[in-house]
Write a protein that binds this ligand. Structure first.
Ligand SMILES: [Zn+2]
Length: 98
């Protein structure tokens, strides 16, 4: 088995996706492959680091502040529309049924 296949499966596992290889096969390979062990350790550390950085503080001044404010406002509007639509209360967009 190729290390690349195993790492793709490990990557899918870290992302919470279904892997092409079964977990037992992947774990058996990682147990005796030091390179994949090192890769998995690093990938896990990177994933944790990314999750910690998922909510960075928005710039409050400088060139990025205006754009960041616009993006955040747009995201809030989009989120509200999605929630409203999901709740089924977006009736004004549906054709009138008589
Ligand atoms: Zn390997």
């Amino acid at each position: 088995m190729e290390c690349a296949e195993v790492r793709a499966a490990l990557s899918a596992r870290l992302d919470g996706e279904d892997a092409a290889l079964s977990g037992d096969i992947v774990d058996a390979h990682v147990a005796h492959c030091e390179e994949c062990q090192a890769w998995y350790t690093q990938a896990t550390a990177i994933g944790r680091d990314l999750r910690l950085r998922a909510n960075p503080p928005a710039p409050t001044q400088g060139a990025g502040a205006g754009l960041a404010a616009k993006v955040f406002r747009w995201l809030k509007i989009t989120q509200r529309l999605a929630v409203t639509y999901a709740a089924g209360s977006f009736r004004c967009w549906e054709p009138a049924s008589r």
